[in-house]
Write a protein that binds this ligand. Structure first.
Ligand code: 5GP
Ligand code: ZN
Length: 130
């Protein structure tokens, strides 16, 4: 059983932010910022691509509802909502989860670097085969 399934089962303690029959939200142990929260489905999926679309939509709806409540109550001014998918993207727990990272100050140390484009956009579009 994965570590988040163990938490969902109550075998490993966690600080619960929200729980219903399908979803659990807990404080991330790392607290990247105050209130850093993880929202997860109780059913194990390795990543969001493995989830049925309706369940993923429900998960994101839940992440929005939780964000709407915790951002103002924490006194935060915004948030980053993030899903790491597979090890290459930094996923370390293979039970899909949405990070809600409250943001308080534009001068904090968290940065997502979107670097200068080095690709031909038309070639990129052709590669995407949508
Ligand atoms: P990922 O890197 O997979 O996107 O995120 C996994 C997150 O889970 C990390 O931010 C890490 O701090 C958090 N985490 C790992 N183990 C535990 C744990 O046992 N309890 C809690 N609350 N968070 C955990
Ligand atoms: Zn799991």
């Amino acid at each position: 059983m994965c570590i988040f399934c163990e938490i969902i089962e109550g075998n490993i303690p966690s600080k619960k932010v929200y729980e219903d029959d399908k979803f659990l939200a807990i404080l991330d142990i790392s607290q990247t910022t105050k209130g850093h929260t993880l929202v997860m489905p109780k059913k194990h999926y390795d990543n969001f691509l493995a989830m049925p679309t309706d369940e993923f939509q429900e998960l994101m709806g839940k992440a929005k509802e939780i964000s709407e409540k915790i951002i103002p109550s924490l006194g935060a001014n915004g948030c980053n909502v993030l899903i790491n998918t597979n090890a290459v993207a930094g996923q370390s727990v293979m039970h899909t989860h949405v990070h809600i990272i409250p943001r308080y100050d534009e001068n904090d140390t968290i940065r997502f670097l979107f670097q200068e484009n080095k690709y031909d956009l038309d070639e990129v579009l052709r590669s995407m085969e949508l």
